[in-house]
Design a protein around this ligand. Sequence first.
Ligand code: BGP
Length: 461
Amino acid sequence: LDYPFPKGFWWGSASSATQMEGAASLGEKGPNIWDYWYETEPNRFFQGVGPEHTSQFYDQYKSDIQLMKETGHNSFRFSISWSRLIPNGDGAVNAEAVQFYNNVIDELIKNDIEPFINLFHFDMPLSMQEIGGWESRAVVEAYVRYAQKCFELFGDRIKYWFTHNEPVVPVEGQYLYGFHYPALCDFKKAVQAAFHEVLASAKAIESYKKMNLSGKIGIIINLTPSYPRSQHPMDVEAANRADLLFNRSFLDPSVKGTFPEELIELIDQEGFTPIIAGGDLETIKENTVSLLGINYYQPRRVKAKEHVPNPSAPFLPERYFDYYEMHGRKMNPYRGWEIYEKGIYDLLMNIKNNYDNIDCFIAENGMGVENEGRFIGEDGIIEDDYRIDFYKEHLKWVHKAMEEGVNVKGYHVWTFMDNWSWLNAYKNRYGLVSVKLEDDYKRTIKKSGKWFKNLSSNNGF
Ligand code: BGP
């Protein structure tokens, strides 16, 4: 093996409830913002395919878990749907949901696949959004009760918990750029929502610790390393600001228990200081994560602003920097995101050097492809060599970071099987396993799924 990985390394994938369960209105399940948004605007992003029709894991979890085995999973991350478990967001628990998640957990364990549970993956219960979503303090408290319920119900078997997936994304989507309901554009609300997510995470960690269970609890953050166009101090400063706003806003409080001073100054100076209750900052300080999941897709290429921003335009992070298209950058030809493999190494080294070398793992990394059916070979399987190359090239850099001392515990791809995307339903496919919607959601392992099995069995490549 050119790239061996240590014994016990986690190989697997990540997923989320809304994107793969289907059964969105089954039984007592309450609506979340996606059910509602789809119902009211089915063609805004979703091309007429809604959460009801996501990959049917709810019905097929048993055979899907067999496919996880066949594709070499020794671990699997899924999220609990808050509105399935607690239909009103706060209060009574749905017994059918408890049964479902118990079944999934037990089936995974029976098949030697370690279940990793994430508590929040973009799917705010509608009743909670109606009282303000992450902007509202009451929702923080309801989330903590929901988290506690999950620890009580499943904490005997779950060793790895996560409070959020990509907490910056609901802030961007709901409060800045309009791609999650209610699609507002309000920087002040965005700051309050971000603060509440950080607080909710710390409070969930606090209640987990009080229960004296033996697992670890962490958070999953998407990191987009910011690269300046040049070493000119203004470009460097622009990249620093993008890093503060998009990465360090969650990374620092989650791992170090404090917000960066420079970020606080920036927010205060613009008049966006959030409401912070007495004791909140202490709660955040005392309840940092013991494991960090990192999602990596692409870097951020940043330059200093070239034009004075129009003061009457809505205030967005881009007030502080511009993006630029780096000459010669490598693009994913089948979707449009930049591919920069070394970014994964740079961000891991940053964790080692500036975040106490906390235990971490790659919690999502993957390549979306449009019209993937065009790559079906004669044997009827998708020959996704581009995806195998993508994984290999990233894993080489992960390996190098580990050789240099970063505590990386595993590598999870996005995702196990093709699933529904928040922005474009089934347009971009990511799975190790394909899902054919028009053929009763038929699953077929792709070439990358077979490759992943070898990767995991050999513990390297
Ligand atoms: C991450 C999310 C996932 C997933 C992925 C791919 O940010 O955690 O939920 O959707 O991105 O993105 P997309 O589906 O938009 O192509």
